[in-house]
Each structure stands twice: as C-alpha cells, then as structure tokens.
Design a protein around this ligand. Structure first.
Ligand code: PMP
Ligand code: GLN
Length: 381
C-alpha cells in the first residue's frame, strides 16, 4: 500500500522530539510549553462535580451554551466588543485545532498565506495540507518586530490570509497598537482574512496591554481569533479551546467543525462555564507568571546565555552565539544529554531552519525546577 504524502517534508514535531529526549536522558524539560505545577483544585473539583451530575454525553456542537455565554461576557468586559454566543463562538478541541479549522474553512488551492517566522510549528503544515502556499516573512532579529513594509511588498492578488500570534511563541513578542494600525491599513479594502492566535492572551507582562483583534470590530469582520483553555488554566492536556469570528465566517467554520470533532468534552466545558465567574483566576495570571520569568532571568545571569527579552507567553529566548558555533538543534540535544536540561532550538520555527544560535526556554515551572535547571546549566548534572 502506498500513500502519497500530503506533508512530504514534515517530520515529527520538535516538541515531541525534545520531550522524548528529555524523558530518555532524565533531563529537566524546559522545552515543550507546559507547567509542572498543579492546576486549580477548584476547577478539577468542578469537573468531578459535572461528571457526577451527569454531564457526560454530547453537548451542543458549537460548545456548551452557558460556556459560550460566559465567554461572550468576558470578551465584552475585557475588550469592549459585544459578540453573540450563538453565532460567533465555537468551542474546539484545543487552540491548534481552532487554527487548523480556520485555515481549512477559508483556503483554496494556490491561495497565499502570510506567515511570520519564527512560527508555531503547526501553521505551515496547516497551510500546505489545504493546498495553499505559505509566504514566509521573518520577524526582524533580534527584537522580532514585524516588518510591515515587507508585508505590503509581498501582497499579491492571491494573498488570502495573514496569520498573527501575540503574545508570540517562541519569542514572547507582543503586538502594539501601532502594529494593529499597520495591519489595518494593509488589509483595508482587500479580501484578506486574519487568523489571530491569541492562546497567550493572559500571559502578558511588564504592564503591556494585549491587543486582541476582539478590540477592533472592523478587523473582527475578517478574522478568526483562536484561544486555548490549556494555557489559561494550566491544563495543556485538556486540549480545549475556542474560536471567535464574525457570524458569516463562523457559519462556514462550523460546517468544517461539525464533520470533524462535532463537539468537545462536556464535563470540562460545564466546569469552565462555572469557573469563568472567577475573574481573578485569569486576571492575575500575567503577574504570577511574570514572577517566574523574572526569577528565571535572574538565575540565567549566572550562565553565558544572552537574554532576548520576552514580554509574554510561556517562553524566553536566549542567544548562545557568544560562546558556541554549534547549530541550535545539536546544542539542544547536547544540553539534554550532557547537562540534563532541555530547550527548544529556534530553527525549528523556520521552514528553512534559519539558525541565529538561539534556544527557547519554558519558564512556566516551579521555582525549584528553574533553579535546578540553571544550576545544571552552570555546573552540569
Ligand atoms: N498556538 C500557539 C502559539 C501555541 O503555543 C499553542 C500551544 N500549545 C497553541 C496554539 C495551541 O494550544 P492547544 O494545546 O490548545 O492546541
Ligand atoms: N505550544 C507548546 C510549545 O510551543 C507545545 C504544543 C505542542 O506540543 N504541540 O511548546
């Protein structure tokens, strides 16, 4: 039997490669983005309660209605935009799926999609599997700013979509109001859609304000805005997220969703609907995770790694060009084996494996984990 591969150049995602290696070598895993601390016991209690109360069958295909209502209320409060839970929100099995569904809803063969690199590793395969073409634009190293002039220059009559991600994985870069203005002027009077990956919406530091597309009704008309409960509530293994869009766009999105996942985990949606009343749980997230970032930054001063500051997400990038010529993947493997610490090489976020000699570390960990990891980086296992 022979399959003509739809993704001939894809290997195994770097997150699985590095997490498996970390396990094999008993390394401290600061690679793949997940917390090593417990999630809220109140929230897990609510899931248990929902299961005991019989919420164990399919819920509505667009998501548990009360959860969608609570999300709409949250959006209005945070971003000042009124959205309709019945026509504008769909709950999905994770943020990655939410993004995939948006691309699959819109893209036709040979459409062009602008994607900024370094990019979360699902975007380009999601474009390719739909027969469309990624138009890659590098964020400016080392501050990872968006080169809007280059975006303008690369527009063609086939440009169908721009994928945004703020706060950004892997760099922690956060889009500013000025970026939104540039985006607005580029898409005005075009048929270009936007997919805005905002899974790190609450993981934002240094007093910066998240420039959600949801703040801008004119942009929302052409956008699919994607979120993940996994990141907000420290439960990446739950794989639950949601997408918000304009009613006409969401109608098409749901056609794709209904014949794929159809609906998502019911008891967790029931629990999340109740837990969304706890505003502190998400509003305090940025400050508490910033403490971890600051602690990690301080610790890393004892190493020769040079900081590339992050203002959001679970991650901070560090350059090692001052002390090694090694390529970043080899260094990440060697650190895992020899020092017992795992990071992610930034080249994995570039289709052509651009290597600026940078590693990404996940700091969303217990303090002791971070301390032990940096101790190992300094003195070995
Ligand atoms: N986008 C980015 C940038 C991410 O880092 C992640 C991380 N998991 C996701 C989307 C998707 O999250 P999920 O686990 O909910 O699919
Ligand atoms: N978003 C996480 C990261 O960047 C991992 C997601 C995944 O493993 N696919 O590390």
């Amino acid at each position: 039997m022979h399959i003509t591969s739809k993704l001939p150049s894809a290997g195994t995602t770097i997150f699985t490669v590095m997490s498996s290696l970390a396990l094999e070598y008993k390394a401290i895993n600061l690679g793949q983005g997940f917390p090593d601390f417990m999630m809220s016991s109140e929230l897990t209690g609510l899931v248990n309660e929902a299961m005991r109360n019989g919420f164990n069958q399919y819920t509505h295909m667009n998501g548990y209605p009360q959860l969608r209502e609570k999300l709409a209320a949250k959006v209005e409060k945070l971003y000042g935009t009124v959205i309709q839970p019945d026509t504008q929100i769909t709950v999905t099995p994770g943020g990655t799926y939410a993004i995939y569904t948006a691309l699959t809803t819109v893209l036709q063969s040979n459409d062009e999609v602008i994607v900024f690199e370094p990019a979360y590793d699902s975007y380009i395969p999601n474009i390719l599997i739909n027969g469309a073409k990624p138009v890659r634009i590098a964020l400016q190293y080392p501050d990872y700013a968006v080169p809007w002039d280059e975006v303008k220059a690369k527009l063609t009559n086939k440009t169908r979509m721009i994928i945004l991600n703020s706060p950004h994985n892997p760099t922690g870069k956060v889009l500013s109001k000025k970026d939104i203005e540039s985006l607005r002027s580029i898409v005005a009077n075009t048929n270009i859609f936007i997919v805005s990956d905002e899974v790190y919406e609450h993981l934002i530091f240094d007093g910066l304000e998240h420039q959600s597309i949801l703040r801008y009704p004119d942009l929302l008309e052409r956008s699919f805005v994607c979120f993940s409960f996994g990141k907000t509530y420290h439960c990446t293994g739950w794989k639950l997220g949601y997408c918000i869009s304009a009613p006409e766009l969401m109608k098409e999105y749901r056609k794709v969703h209904q014949f794929n996942a159809f609906s998502c985990d019911t008891p967790k949606q029931v629990a999340l609907a109740a837990y969304l009343d706890n505003e502190t749980a998400y509003l305090s997230l940025g400050a508490s995770i910033q403490q971890k970032r600051d602690h990690f930054r301080e610790l890393m001063k004892a190493t020769p790694f040079k900081l590339i500051p992050s203002h959001g997400s679970y991650f901070e990038c560090y350059s090692y060009s001052s002390f090694s010529e090694e390529n970043d993947f080899d260094l990440a493997v060697r650190l895992t084996k020899e020092k017992g610490v795992t990071a992610i090489p930034l080249s994995s976020f570039y289709d052509d494996k651009t290597d600026h000699k940078v590693l990404r570390f996940c700091f969303t960990k217990n303090e002791e984990t971070l301390e032990k990891a940096v101790e190992r980086l300094v003195s070995g296992k």
